[in-house]
Design a protein around this ligand. Structure first.
Ligand SMILES: Nc1ncnc2c1ncn2[C@@H]1O[C@H](COP(=O)(O)OP(=O)(O)O)[C@@H](O)[C@H]1O
Ligand SMILES: [Mg+2]
Length: 219
C-alpha cells in the first residue's frame, strides 16, 4: 500500500477542514483502505469527537487511529512528518489553518496533497486566496515541495444559484483550476453535521462519494 500524506488546510475557519478530514477517513475505511488521522488543530475537534464516539460505540473496534499532535516547533513537526512517511496507507492531517506559524511549515512542505475546502462567499474566497499565496511562497522557498492542491467547493446550497452567482462560482473554479484540481462539489446537508469517527452513514456516503472518488483516483 502506497504512502500518502494529505493535509486538510485553509486558514479560514469553519470551511469544513475537520469535517472533511473525518469524512474522508470514514470513506477510506469503508473502502477498506488503511488510514489514520493526526490532529494538529489547536481546537482538537477530531480528537474530542473520537472521545465522545468511544462512549457511543463502546465495544466496537475503532476503524482507524487518531493521534493528537501539538504544533510546537519545526523540528518536532519534521520528525512527525518523517514518521508519517513510514506509514503504509493514507495519513490525514487536520491543520489549524494558521499557515504563518513556523511549526507548520514542514507539514506543508512534506505533504503529497493539500485538500483545501472553500465556500462561494466573499470572505472565504479572500482568505482562500491568501492561503494559496502562502502555499506558493512555501513552494518557492522549498523547491522539493511537491504537494498537489485539491480545492473542494463545500457546503454548497442545494438550490441552484442565481445566474449572477453561477457566473461568480464558475470564475472562482477557473482560477483554482490553474493552481490545482477542483473537485466535484459537496452540498450543504444536515447529515454531514452528524458525523462520527466510527462509521459513515449511507446518506453521508451519497453526499461525498463523487468528490472523494475523484480525489482517490488522482492520489
Ligand atoms: N457539507 C456540509 N454540510 C453541512 N454542514 C457542514 C458541511 N461542511 C461543514 N459543515 C459544518 O460547518 C461547521 C464548520 O466545519 P468544520 O469542519 O469544523 O470547519 P473547520 O475545521 O474548517 O473550522 C461545522 O458545524 C460543520 O458541521
Ligand atoms: Mg477544524
Amino acid at each position: 500500500m502506497k504512502n500518502r500524506i494529505i493535509v486538510f488546510a485553509n486558514q479560514k475557519g469553519g470551511v469544513g477542514k475537520s469535517t472533511l478530514c473525518i469524512l474522508f477517513a470514514n470513506y477510506l475505511a469503508y473502502k477498506r483502505k488503511p488510514v489514520c488521522i493526526i490532529d494538529t488543530d489547536l481546537q482538537k475537534t477530531i480528537m474530542m469527537q473520537r472521545r465522545k464516539d468511544e462512549k457511543v460505540f463502546e465495544g466496537q473496534d475503532e476503524p482507524y487511529s487518531i493521534q493528537d499532535f501539538d504544533v510546537s516547533d519545526p523540528d518536532t513537526m519534521q520528525q512527525l512528518m518523517d514518521s508519517a512517511r513510514q506509514v503504509e496507507g493514507y495519513v490525514l492531517l487536520d491543520s489549524p489553518g494558521n499557515v504563518s506559524e513556523d511549526g507548520l511549515v514542514p507539514m506543508f512542505t512534506n505533504a503529497d496533497f493539500i485538500v483545501c475546502p472553500y465556500e462561494y462567499e466573499d470572505k472565504t474566497l479572500d482568505s482562500t486566496g491568501t492561503f494559496v499565496q502562502v502555499v506558493n511562497a512555501l513552494r518557492e522557498a522549498n523547491p522539493d515541495m511537491k504537494a498537489q492542491l485539491f480545492f473542494v467547493p463545500n457546503r454548497i446550497d442545494a438550490r441552484i444559484g442565481t445566474s449572477e452567482e453561477n457566473k461568480m462560482w464558475k470564475q472562482t473554479d477557473l482560477i483554482f483550476k490553474k493552481l490545482g484540481n477542483v473537485t466535484p462539489r459537496i452540498a450543504s446537508r444536515a447529515t454531514l453535521k452528524r458525523i462520527n469517527t466510527f462509521e459513515l452513514y449511507a446518506t453521508q456516503r451519497d453526499a461525498v462519494s463523487d468528490c472523494f472518488d475523484y480525489m482517490i483516483k488522482k492520489m
